[in-house]
Design a protein around this ligand. Structure first.
Ligand SMILES: C[S@@+](CC[C@H](N)C(=O)[O-])C[C@H]1O[C@@H](n2cnc3c(N)ncnc32)[C@H](O)[C@@H]1O
Length: 305
């Protein structure tokens, strides 16, 4: 696609809602990138926990000189969706608009709920390897119609989020899908463990790491993006990965929950990352369903520069 055609595209936005969306932190992250890379805007960008890609899409839209971007996630269904949209959007848009129309044609929320539950059941039966297109269509549909756009699976890996009771949500955002398709052209998309992404680092590389957050209190223990948990051992393994990045002369920005929001004495991350820069940034997170816990919270931005 020519530069002129690309200019006609809208700026790409995440095509899925994903818990941990980084909208509030994006300004801080952009600033860090601008400060560090102002003279070399041709660095490699690697995002090992891409999720909904809030930061990725911001970077694609605003740092247009970048040509070497790599994203990764452990979630196969999610990564299949990225790969599929990168390859072709036409069939996806066709199937998704059909399902959107079917949903809109239903007269009551009760009927919509039955429809939603049928699609959820179907989604859970589809093998990601066999029918990636069908699975992606249903992923996008469920994401826009389920409660709060959550992605949560049980121990058996089955998606179990309840119906969101929305009358007419936008299910097929055609212009955005087209834009995402074009912007993903220069992005390498991987599926697997974060550790593997180190093999893709080149001379000047920035890693942005947004792992499943360590719960700040027991009621916010939401980190089941996958049927395996990202526990303290995983947080420690991630810190060792950051050390490798650092030792090889690359850069990292890592975000995580600030455990001090609820317990001033909790120094888990302060100790773990004591040799790096730790900044506490105001952010809002809407994971808790209890209204009173939705206030301002701090998050950590940890960097090696
Ligand atoms: C907090 S989310 C990322 C949020 C994302 N940056 C956004 O803006 O929406 C964390 C992601 O890490 C993924 N994940 C969990 N364990 C992983 C691992 N060992 N390696 C790579 N990705 C992993 C989950 O599937 C999830 O998508």
């Amino acid at each position: 696609m020519s530069l002129l055609d690309k200019k006609k595209l809208q700026k790409p936005k995440p095509f899925l809602k994903w818990v941990g969306g980084k909208t509030q932190l994006i300004k801080e992250i952009s600033q860090l990138i601008n400060d560090q890379f102002s003279t070399d805007l041709n660095f490699t960008y690697i995002e090992p926990f891409v999720g909904g890609g809030a930061v990725l899409f911001h970077i694609l839209a605003n740092f247009t000189n970048l040509n070497n971007l790599i994203i990764n996630d452990l979630n196969l269904t999610l990564i299949n969706a990225y790969q599929l949209i990168k390859k072709d959007y036409q069939e996806l848009i066709l199937l998704l608009s059909e399902i959107e129309q079917e949903f809109y044609n239903l007269n009551s929320l009760e009927e919509k709920k039955v429809f939603y539950l049928q699609k959820r059941e179907h989604f859970n039966q589809i093998d990601d390897h066999l029918l990636p297109l069908e699975k992606t269509v249903l992923l996008l549909f469920l994401n826009k119609t389920c409660f709060n756009g959550l992605y949560r699976v049980n121990q058996k890996g089955k998606f179990n989020v309840p119906f969101g009771k929305y009358e007419k949500p936008t299910i097929c955002n055609q212009n955005n899908l087209i834009s995402v398709h074009h912007y993903l052209e220069k992005v390498t998309i991987l599926q697997g463990d974060f550790q593997e992404t180190l093999n893709y680092a080149k001379k000047s590389t920035l890693f942005y790491l947004d792992p499943p957050y360590k719960p700040i209190n027991l009621t916010s223990a939401f980190n089941s993006y996958a049927s395996t948990n990202f526990d303290d051992q995983e947080q420690i393994r991630l810190k060792l990965f950051c050390d490798q990045i650092n030792d090889q002369g690359h850069y990292f920005i890592l975000s995580n929950s600030d455990l001090k929001n609820f317990d001033q004495d909790n120094t888990f991350f302060d100790q773990l990352y004591q040799k790096y820069q730790i900044k506490r940034v105001k952010a809002r997170r809407n994971i808790n369903s209890k209204g009173d816990k939705r206030g301002e919270l701090f998050e950590l931005l940890i960097t090696n520069f």
